[in-house]
Design a protein around this ligand. Sequence first.
Ligand SMILES: [Mg+2]
Length: 352
Amino acid sequence: MSDFEKLGEFGLIARFQSRLKHRSRRVRLGIGDDAAVYSPRLGWHQVASTDALVETVHFRTDTTPPERLGEKAIAVNVSDIAAMGGVPLVALVSLGLPASTPLKFIDGMMKGFEKASADYGIELAGGDTVASPRHLFINVTLVGEVRKSRYFTRAGARPGDTLMVTGSLGDAALGLALLGKRRQPLQGGTKHKNFLCRRHQAPTARVREAALLARSRARVGAMIDISDGLVQDLSHLLESGGLGARLWEDALPHSTALRRICAANRLNPLSFSLSGGEDYELLFTLAPVDVKKITRQFQKANALATPIGEVTANGGQVSLLRSSGRLEPLPRALGYDHFKPASPKHSGGSKI
Ligand SMILES: [Mg+2]
């Protein structure tokens, strides 16, 4: 009998209750009852999202330490709330645990849940644990809030809008490639490699950036978080309006770590930044007149937002303006095959 089988479901819940210490003032009743009770905020709508991570599909226990996995399970959901311009509030977690799961691994995940709860100011207020025959899975449901007067959706982009993205692109995909090539490691400095692996294992949800946009008066058209790759997620912003887009190669934000590791291994950074998944950066459209103001406001807040292209009226056409001045069409939906990394790609589900 494994440690956690000995502990039993009630023992496990008690363990969660004593180790998850981060509380929200808005939660009246957390773990330990039939349901969690929390108070809504006047003038705000409730917003909810859910996302599952399944062992072998979304993560492997030999490349993702349990603490990072716990952090990531929360962060990917916070990212969806951020994409609406919202603030996260309460998380519910369902864990599917194979009998062989070491208690140490579960404790590690709890640490990750606790860290993410503190980082994002939420309370893990309940959940469920079930036996899973083979693989581990984590499903998180996150409830958050958006101002009634101001939230963002995937619709609302207009021709002529500037495309903006937070942070840097492609890091998580290159991090995954690094983790998958442990036997034939890629060249390059450890510091850069660690940064990239960390971006894959425990991404940062851009909730602070989302709040900045929600508070601003800038004309934000549409917003999405990038989970499946820039080109693919961009297509979701264009679909509803029958729009197209032009991306500017020179403007794509590549981190120093990505540039260095790509250069040392003769890899094309575009293969990661255009189609690499799991960056969890925010992609949004903005009226060109507001670009300077938002860029400045982000800088002041020690955050990053970069203009990377423009929305066009060419329905269904996404193209890349190369450094050479040539305009190259990019197939939508799948990302760009020529640029696709050879390493295994994130094979997440899609939002329903
Ligand atoms: Mg999303």
